[in-house]
Design a protein around this ligand. Structure first.
Ligand SMILES: NC(=O)c1ccc[n+]([C@@H]2O[C@H](COP(=O)([O-])OP(=O)(O)OC[C@H]3O[C@@H](n4cnc5c(N)ncnc54)[C@H](O)[C@@H]3O)[C@@H](O)[C@H]2O)c1
Length: 318
């Protein structure tokens, strides 16, 4: 008998709920919406709301809420949003002390119950949380990736489309590096249907758009008091679909570098082919000297927070 995919969403908050709705609507598989015991009823409530939505929308996916890892067993894909989001004035790196033990806890659950899943981490600080998840699970690094570049590129694409007065559909953009304020918009790879953006938008306007993209998450946190959830969820679903349908999409994702771009044992956002084997191929593109310098700064920031995480892990096990 053909079997449906099983998608375990770890964290049933703002992004988790939106992810569940997207998985159900796109019929990617059955959904397990997991949260801590204190939020189990909240997860069950969201699941029930979505199942009632099935009666209106006509999807067949089954959605359940739970706080029992056993319900996640055998998941094909796990998407992790467990943890706290930023509040106005906070940086993503400020979250490391709170979110690190949460990710370690999630990683232990995933290791025991979902050893074959393709895992997409969303929790912040992104590059460090995906590194920590891999450290604890020891999973094949091709099956553990972080979502940031697809979202940051979407933010850049939106601002470019608005400035150039063209359809979002025709704008392609690539944002690399860590998911922090020193991320790297790779201008040479941003086009409107193949036309370099520099031919359509003045350099000073592009500078301003790239600056706004770097602060794009913070802009929404300031407006809403919490972080974005619609575009982050859709970005992760794009990655999940690439894996489930073996699409071989070339997407900017946080992947473990083993020498590529000159970095070793570091999770950082770079272009990667996502297909049925996970992060199948890291693609090394030519960067300008300025972009290389920006990437080095971004990598240094990520490395700094990884060191903080290592110290916290050592203290906790002492
Ligand atoms: N990577 C990105 O581009 C990106 C974009 C936006 C937000 N984020 C991050 O995603 C995370 C989630 O954001 P949100 O808006 O959904 O937050 P939220 O507070 O709405 O939801 C988080 C959920 O995680 C749950 N949780 C806590 N500990 C858990 C555990 N051990 N196991 C399972 N669940 C647990 C909480 O109970 C809560 O329901 C935050 O860290 C945020 O900073 C990342």
């Amino acid at each position: 008998m053909a079997k449906r995919n099983k998608i375990a969403l770890i964290g049933a908050g703002n992004i988790g709920g939106e992810l569940a709705a997207l998985v159900a609507r796109r019929q990617l598989g059955d959904v397990v919406l997991f949260d801590i015991p204190a939020k189990a009823d909240f997860a069950r409530g969201k699941a029930l709301d979505l199942m009632q939505n099935a009666a209106i929308e006509g999807f067949d996916a089954n959605v359940v809420g739970t706080s029992d890892w056993k319900d996640c067993a055998g998941a094909d894909v796990i998407i992790v949003t467990a943890g706290v989001p930023r509040k106005p004035g906070q940086s993503r790196d400020d979250l490391v002390g709170i979110n690190l033990p949460i990710i370690e806890n999630v990683a232990r659950g995933a290791k025991e119950h979902c050893p074959d899943a393709f895992t997409i981490i969303i929790s912040n600080p992104l590059d460090v949380m995906v590194w920590a998840f891999r450290e604890v699970t020891g999973f094949d690094a091709r099956k553990v990736v972080g979502m940031a570049g697809v979202l940051d590129s979407a933010r850049l694409q939106h601002f470019l489309a608005a400035e150039a007065g063209v359809s979002h559909k025709d704008v392609r953009a690539m944002v690399l590096g860590g998911h922090g304020d020193d991320m790297v918009p790779a201008r040479g790879y941003c086009t409107v249907n193949g036309v370099p953006v520099s031919e359509l938008i003045a350099a000073d306007k592009l500078d301003a758009i790239e600056k706004r993209t770097r602060g794009g998450g913070g802009e929404i946190v300031k407006l809403m008091g919490t972080s974005a959830y619609y575009a982050p969820a859709t970005a992760a679903i794009e990655m999940a679909e690439a894996y489930l349908y073996d699409q071989k999409r070339l997407l900017p994702c946080a992947v473990r570098l083993t020498g590529q771009y000159g970095y070793d044992d570091l999770y950082l956002g770079v272009p990667v082919v996502i297909g049925g084997a996970g992060a199948e191929k890291i693609v090394e593109i030519t960067l300008s000297d300025a972009e290389k310098a920006m990437l080095a700064k971004s990598a240094e920031s990520v490395r700094g927070v990884v060191e903080v995480a290592k110290r916290l892990r050592a203290q906790a096990s002492a």
